[in-house]
Unconditional design. Structure first.
Length: 613
C-alpha cells in the first residue's frame, strides 16, 4: 500500500532515500517525503503528488543528514496532501515516523493524547504514533518507548522511526504489512520490499509479525515486541537489481508481459521429470499424506489472482478429480463458510500481503483446513501463514497490473493439479507425461504468441477511442474474458465487462451495437461452434468482433475484415490455452492505455499490493 525506506551508513543519505522511493513508487504514489537527522536536529521535506514533486522541493531546499527515512504514500486515512504526507513528527519535532497499514484505534488514542496536551497537525492515523512514542520516551532508548507504544495500538502496521534524541538508530516494526532489512557492508537498509535494497546488497532479513529491528551503524538486533531476542535467517535475494528495472522497455508492465515465457520456464524448472512423469513440489512443505487425503479444494484470492483460481478449478477438477470452489478473499469470511474435514485451502496472491486474502486464509485455517499459498514474494505474509508454498518464479512484478505473475500462477496451478492427481491415484506418472510435455512446450508457445504484438497494436489503433468493451469466453477461457476486461479497466479506465458467452442471450446482448467492440475467445475446442454462434449474434446486431482463435481458423465465413479482427494463436492443449489467450489481452489493454495517455505502471486509485481490507 505505501512504500517505506530507511538508511544508515557512509553514503549520502538523501540520494539513497530518493532512489529507494523511486523503486517503491509502485506501492503507492499520491504523496512522498524524507526526513534526516544531523547534529541533534531533524530536517524533513514532503510533497503531494508523485516522487518527482518531492525531488523538485529538495532541489529548491536541499537537505542533508547522517541517516534517515523516506515514504511514498497511498492514502488510507487523510487526503493525499502535503501535510498528510509522511514522515510525521511529534510535538518536539524530534521523533519521526513513517507507516504502512492502518492503526484501527487511532481516534481513541488521538483523543487521549490531545487531552494530555499533544497538538496534532494532520488527519492521519500515523501521526498518533509519533506522539505516543514521545509520551512513552523514558531515557531507555527509542526502541523501548516504541515497545510501550505498541502495547496500546491495534491494527496492521509496518512502522519505521528515528529520533534526534537517540541518534544514529532506526527502529523498524512489523505487524502485517512487510518490512525487509538489508544487511550491507557497514551500511543498513530497511524497506517495504526488496527492490530499493538490491542495488546495495542482496542479503536481506524479512521481519515477521510482532517483530522489531533495532538498526545502528554497528549492526541490527532483532527482537519481539517485548524486547526478547529473535533469531532471524538472512536470505539471499536472487533477483538481480537490473531485473527490477525496466530493461529498456517503456513501462514495467510491457517488460513483464514479455518476461512471461521466462517466468513460465522458471516456474516449471526443476519441478517435472519427462522420464518418470513425476512432479516435484517438495518446497511446498506440506506432507504427501495430507495432500493425498484431501477431498476438496477451496481457492481464495482477489482480483487477477481470483481469475487464476477460476482457471485452476478446471485444471484440478479435470486432472485430480477433486471438487473445487473458488471464492473472493474479500467475501469468504463473511459468508460463514462451511469447511468440511480434509479441505485444502489454496490462496493465490502475487504479493502475499493482500489483506482480504490473508483474512480468508486465516478463516479457513481457523476452521481446520490445511493450506498452501501460490505466491511470488519470498517471505511474504501468505507464505508464512500457510502450511506450504508453491512459489511462482516470475521475478519482481512492478507494474500494478498483474501479468507475468498471473500466467505463472496458472502454471503453478497446473503443477499442483498434477501433483494432487498423482497423490490421489487419479493420474499415473505415465498419464502425466503428455501434460509435462505440454508444459515444457509452454514457454515456446508464449514466445510465439507474443509475436502477435504488432497485430494487437493495430487493433488498439482502431478501437482505443471506444468507451465500452465486452469480453466473451466459454469454459476454461471464460475466466480469461474476465481477466482481459479487468486489464483494460484498470490501466485504460475504459468500462469493460467479461461474460460467459452462453449468457449473452440472457441480457447482455441488448448492449450490442456498432459502438461496442466484442472480444471473443474462440480457440478450436469443444465449444468452438458455440462461440461461432455467439460471434454471429454479435455481427447480426451490427457489433464489431475482435476474435482470438487458433492458427488455421480465419473465421472469414462469419467475420468481415473491414469491421472485425482475427488473431490466430498457436495451437495448444485446452488446459494451456487460457495461458496463451491472456497475452494478447494484456497487450491490447497496454496498447490502448498508452494511446490514451494513461499512467500504465501506476494507474489512478490503485496500488500494487492492497494491504488494507
Ligand atoms: C491485477 O492486475 C490487480 N492489480 C489486482 O486485481 C490484484 O490481482 C489483486 O489486488 C490481488 O493481488 P495479489 O495477487 O497480490 O493478492
Amino acid at each position: 500500500m505505501c512504500g517505506i525506506i530507511g538508511y544508515i551508513g557512509p553514503k549520502e543519505v538523501v540520494p539513497v532515500l530518493i532512489e529507494g522511493l523511486r523503486r517503491l513508487e509502485y506501492r503507492g504514489y499520491d504523496s512522498a517525503g524524507v526526513a534526516v537527522v544531523h547534529a541533534g536536529a531533524v530536517d524533513l521535506r514532503r510533497s503531494a503528488g508523485k516522487l518527482s514533486k518531492l525531488e523538485d522541493v529538495i532541489r529548491l531546499e536541499p537537505i542533508a543528514g547522517d541517516y534517515g527515512v523516506g515514504h511514498t504514500r497511498w492514502a488510507t486515512h487523510g487526503r493525499p496532501t502535503e501535510e498528510n504526507a509522511h514522515p510525521h513528527r511529534d510535538c518536539t519535532g524530534k521523533i519521526v515516523v513513517v507507516h504502512n497499514g492502518i492503526i484501527e484505534n487511532y481516534l481513541e488514542l488521538k483523543h487521549e493524547l490531545q487531552r494530555q496536551g499533544h497538538k496534532f497537525v494532520t488527519e492521519t492515523d500515523t501521526e498518533i504514533v509519533a506522539h505516543l512514542v514521545e509520551r512513552e520516551m523514558r531515557n531507555d532508548g527509542l526502541e523501548n518507548a516504541v515497545r510501550r507504544a505498541l502495547l496500546l495500538m491495534r491494527g496492521l502496521f509496518a512502522l519505521v522511526l528515528i529520533s534526534a534524541d537517540d541518534p544514529e538508530k532506526i527502529v523498524a516494526v512489523r505487524n502485517g504489512p512487510p518490512i525487509v532489512v538489508g544487511l550491507g557492508d557497514g551500511e543498513f537498509f530497511v524497506a517495504s520490499d526488496t527492490p530499493p535494497i538490491l542495488g546495495h546488497t542482496r542479503d536481506v532479513v524479512f521481519l515477521g509479525d510482532e517483530e522489531m529491528a533495532v538498526i545502528t551503524k554497528s549492526g541490527v538486533v532483532f527482537t519481539d515486541f517485548f524486547g526478547r531476542a529473535v533469531s532471524k535467517v538472512t536470505q539471499r535475494v536472487l533477483w538481480d537489481p537490473i531485473m527490477a528495472e525496466k530493461a529498456g522497455f517503456k513501462h514495467f508492465m510491457l517488460k513483464e508481459i514479455f518476461e512471461q515465457p521466462t517466468a513460465a520456464r522458471e516456474t516449471i524448472l526443476g519441478r517435472v521429470s519427462q522420464d518418470s512423469g513425476k512432479v516435484f513440489l517438495e518446497e511446498m512443505a506440506i506432507s504427501d499424506a495430507t495432500l493425498a487425503a484431501v477431498e476438496r479444494v477451496t481457492i481464495l484470492a482477489c482480483g487477477t489472482s481470483w481469475h487464476a483460481g477460476l482457471v485452476g478449478k478446471f485444471m484440478i477438477e479435470q486432472i485430480a478429480r477433486l471438487p473445487v470452489e473458488v471464492d473472493y478473499g474479500s467475501e469468504y469470511r463473511y459468508r460463514s463458510p462451511i469447511v468440511p474435514p480434509r479441505t485444502l485451502a489454496v490462496v493465490i496472491t502475487q504479493s502475499g500481503e493482500t489483506a482480504d486474502t490473508l483474512a480468508a486464509l486465516r478463516e479457513a485455517s481457523r476452521q481446520g483446513a490445511s493450506s498452501i499459498s501460490i505466491c511470488n514474494v519470498v517471505g511474504s505474509m501468505a507464505t508464512r501463514e500457510s502450511g506450504g508454498t508453491i512459489y511462482t518464479h516470475a521475478g519482481p512484478e512492478i507494474g500494478v497490473a498483474s501479468t507475468k505473475a498471473f500466467t505463472s500462477q496458472l502454471v503453478a496451478l497446473y503443477l499442483l493439479a498434477l501433483r494432487l492427481g498423482q497423490l490421489r491415484g487419479a493420474l499415473s506418472p505415465d498419464a502425466s507425461k503428455p501434460h509435462i510435455d505440454a508444459l515444457l512446450q509452454l514457454p515456446l508457445l508464449l514466445e510465439q504468441t507474443l509475436k502477435l504484438a504488432p497485430e494487437v497494436e493495430e487493433i488498439a489503433s482502431r478501437f482505443h477511442t471506444r468507451t465500452d468493451f465486452l469480453y466473451l469466453g466459454r469454459g476454461i477461457n471464460y475466466p480469461i474474458a474476465l481477466e482481459g476486461a479487468l486489464k483494460l479497466k484498470e490501466i485504460s479506465y475504459i468500462h469493460a465487462e467479461g461474460y460467459p458467452a452462453g449468457e449473452m442471450k440472457h441480457g447482455p446482448i441488448a448492449l450490442i451495437d456498432e459502438r461496442m467492440p466484442v472480444v471473443a475467445l474462440a480457440p478450436r475446442d469443444q465449444v468452438f461452434e458455440k462461440m461461432m454462434g455467439n460471434m454471429q449474434e454479435v455481427k447480426a446486431r451490427g457489433g464489431s468482433v475482435i476474435a482470438l482463435t487458433t492458427q488455421g481458423d480465419d473465421l472469414s465465413s462469419i467475420l468481415d475484415r473491414s469491421r472485425d479482427v482475427v488473431l490466430q494463436l498457436p495451437h495448444a492443449p485446452a488446459l494451456l490455452m487460457p495461458i496463451l489467450m491472456a497475452l494478447p489481452l494484456q497487450l491490447l489493454a497496454y496498447d490502448i492505455a498508452v494511446r490514451r495517455g494513461c499512467d500504465v505502471d501506476q494507474p489512478r486509485n490503485l496500488a500494487k499490493s492492497v494491504t488494507v481490507e
